[in-house]
Design a protein around this ligand. Structure first.
Ligand SMILES: [Zn+2]
Ligand SMILES: [Zn+2]
Length: 358
């Protein structure tokens, strides 16, 4: 089968190559991929040539498909079930995170299709769900509700992530306001979560390039105002829209930009919260004394847990969360470069691949 793989440990190194089909062990499950989405985490490696010829892994951690084979010892799953993976491939099972069922913050977690791992992910024809993860973390895969499409299920990763950021990490109350930085899937799902939870003003902050497609989609999904940070004074505009500093108690920061974190801290009321979803790789370059001076909480946020998945799947199935406006491109995996290109120039929000080599 063909697979989009990465070479080397450094950033970069995508290639489409032939790989052997996975072999199902006694506790393993083989999933035939029906839909796999490009994530921001995949984009970091695009157009970067790291010069390595050392095989890393098959990529693609946001995928859904059909169970086509189960190992002889698998009891909980059957061939023919439609499933989506939460992309965990390995966790230790004994650390404080694992003990509390919060497997995605296990320091030893290995993601299918994201980290350097021996199993591989969804940018291919088949993916093996390792029996060892299913033994420890039975919710490593979920059955897809009948009325949910494969392509919708394939983006459960950012949806569950935003669910946890807004509903489980923040203390948002109905009637309060929420500012969301970053117009990618995490930002757009955060907007929807803020809407569901009863936020009044939901302000989306983006840049010049977001005026092409993403601001319109944000408005469609519940943003009550969009601010172009390339042109406008973000803090002043947020105060104006929300009626002053006192109404801004929550910022969901999905952009990862240092300036966004600074603006978030600057605009918040005393005792406010920033949930930092996005990641940046440069030192901050500014003081965070204001979080001490005004008792502001800076909440680091990673991934989701099974509660996020259970509830996010129910919201999706009930039609309370919309995914379709965010799926802007669908194409064969053979056209992978075109898909990554559309993401890079921000024409796309979500690109869904299907396997089209045979
Ligand atoms: Zn992802
Ligand atoms: Zn662990």
């Amino acid at each position: 089968m063909k697979a989009l793989v990465r070479y080397g440990k450094e950033f970069g190194g995508y290639r489409m190559i032939d790989v052997p089909e996975p072999k199902c062990g006694p506790e393993d499950i083989i999933v035939k991929i029906k839909a796999a989405a490009i994530c921001g985490a995949d984009m970091k490696h695009f157009r970067v040539d790291n010069g390595s010829s050392e095989f890393n892994s098959i990529r693609g951690h946001e995928f859904a498909g059909d169970i086509v084979e189960i190992g002889k010892d698998v009891q909980a799953w059957q061939v023919g079930q439609r499933v989506v993976s939460d992309n965990s491939g390995h966790v230790c099972g004994v650390c404080p995170s694992c003990e509390s069922g919060d497997f995605l913050t296990c320091r030893e977690k290995v993601n299918l299709g994201l980290d350097n791992n021996r199993w591989g992910g969804g940018f291919s024809k088949y993916c093996l769900i390792p029996g060892e993860i299913l033994r420890i973390h039975k919710h490593a895969i979920w059955e897809i509700p009948e009325n949910v499409e494969y392509e919708e299920a394939a983006v459960m990763d950012p949806l569950s992530n935003a669910y946890k950021a807004v509903a489980q990490q923040s203390h948002l109350l109905p009637g309060q306001d929420c500012v969301v930085f970053g117009t990618g899937p995490l930002g757009l799902f955060s907007v929807q979560m803020a809407r569901i939870m009863g936020a009044v003003n939901i302000v989306m902050v983006g840049l010049d390039e977001d005026t092409k497609v993403r601001f319109d989609v944000a408005r469609q999904l519940g943003a009550t105002a969009c601010i172009n940070a390339s042109q406008e004074d973000v803090v002043a505009r947020c105060w104006e829209i929300c009626g002053g500093r006192d109404n801004i108690g929550l910022v969901i920061e999905c952009s990862g930009a240092n300036i966004a974190l600074k603006q978030a801290i600057d605009m918040l009321r005393s005792n406010g919260e920033v949930v930092r979803v996005g990641m940046g790789f440069k030192p901050l370059g500014f003081s965070i004394n204001d979080i001490t001076a005004w008792n502001i909480s800076l909440i680091g946020h990673m991934a989701y847990d099974s509660t996020s998945w259970r509830n996010a799947l129910k919201l999706l199935s009930a039609g309370k969360i919309k995914v379709q406006p965010m799926i802007t491109h669908r194409m064969g995996l053979s056209e992978w470069e075109k898909g990554f290109e559309a993401m890079a120039n921000k024409e796309a929000i979500k690109v869904i691949f299907h396997y089209d080599f045979d």
